[in-house]
Design a protein around this ligand. Structure first.
Ligand SMILES: [Zn+2]
Length: 320
């Protein structure tokens, strides 16, 4: 069994201060980039000390998961802040022209991380379906057409990532579970995105209820499906049992919406439940989703608990 993270990690307070200064024009690109690099070093240290097997850089350079990519792709413009989820605002992208690959989206993040750690690395990138679902489409005749065009752009990025040495890529597609009626479009998009990409592919879907996407989600051409289970009290493990889940499982077993740190015993019981569905070699243990909204010390403690629980299960079953 391996432990991993979904993607984001809390940004150090000093980094948030630096980003503010940068946005006010008070520091230059060189200083800002040095700050990002140092923040990534801090995240890597936290992940290594906690004992995580497969790490990422905590998404220190990303402000959020849609416009960060849209800004780097020709055909998108970013309108002002749009209100979503109560009082949260985010800069919503709009497709106003043909979507084209202009520059790497994540390759630089991967290369820097590769240069400072020997751990296995997973590169998370938001999938085409979710980016289009969370953007305005003012160019393509249909949403479907827009999704496929963006999937081609992402395919180019994934190929570049593999060329740079990446071997494990995670497509983040939280919007999939909110539109089960468009599952076919999302599935075709995955085929386009991963075409000719010689890497292990996972797909992270949060915002369950997953009942609407089963069993069709099992037809997606990915090696691993990663779901949140802790948030829904592990109810969805029933779905996996019911439909003979036959992929690798990314098993979200840490609730990212509460500051309460789980006990080792409770996470251990959760992992044991997952082992009733998939065998240990196919089990990737991670938090439900990114940890960025938690206080940094809480996020770290949750990772530590997760690793201890995994180790306890391995000892119990003689897996080490
Ligand atoms: Zn998520």
């Amino acid at each position: 069994m391996k432990t991993t993270v979904v993607g984001s990690y809390p940004k150090p307070k000093w980094l948030l201060r630096m980003i503010k200064l940068y946005n006010e024009g008070k520091i230059d690109d060189k200083v800002m980039n040095e700050a990002y690099d140092d923040a990534v070093r801090a995240v890597v240290k936290d992940h290594e000390v906690a004992g995580i097997d497969i790490i990422w850089d905590g998404e220190m350079r990303r402000d959020e998961m849609t416009s960060y990519f849209a800004r780097k792709i020709d055909g998108f413009v970013i309108y002002g802040e749009v209100r979503v989820w109560g009082n949260n605002y985010y800069p919503k992208p709009a497709i106003v022209d043909e979507l084209r690959y202009r520059e790497p989206l994540t390759v630089h993040e991967f290369e820097f991380l590769r240069s400072i750690t020997d751990r296995e690395i997973k590169v998370p990138i938001t999938g085409a379906y979710t980016i289009v679902d969370w953007s305005f489409n003012e160019f393509y005749k249909t949403k479907e057409e827009a999704v496929y065009a963006l999937a081609e752009v992402i395919n180019q990025e994934l190929r570049n990532l593999v060329k740079a040495g990446a071997s494990y890529i995670q497509l983040d597609e939280p919007a999939i579970s909110t539109h089960p009626e468009e599952l076919e479009i999302a599935r075709n998009a995955v085929e386009i995105m991963t075409r000719g990409v010689n890497a292990y592919i996972g797909m992270h879907i949060c915002y369950g209820d997953y009942s609407g996407i089963f069993p069709d989600i099992l037809d997606f051409k990915v090696d691993q499906l990663d779901f949140e289970f802790a948030n829904r009290n592990f109810e969805d493990l029933k779905l996996l049992k019911e439909y003979d889940f036959d992929k690798d499982l990314g098993f979200g077993c840490i609730d990212v919406h509460t500051k309460r740190v789980e006990s080792v015993e409770e996470v251990r019981r959760a992992i044991e439940m997952a082992l009733e569905v998939v065998d240990p070699k196919r089990l990737y243990i991670d938090p439900d989703c990114g940890l960025k909204l938690l206080p940094r010390d809480v996020a770290f403690k949750k990772l530590e608990v997760m690793v201890k629980a995994k180790n306890a299960v391995e000892r119990e079953f003689g897996l080490t």
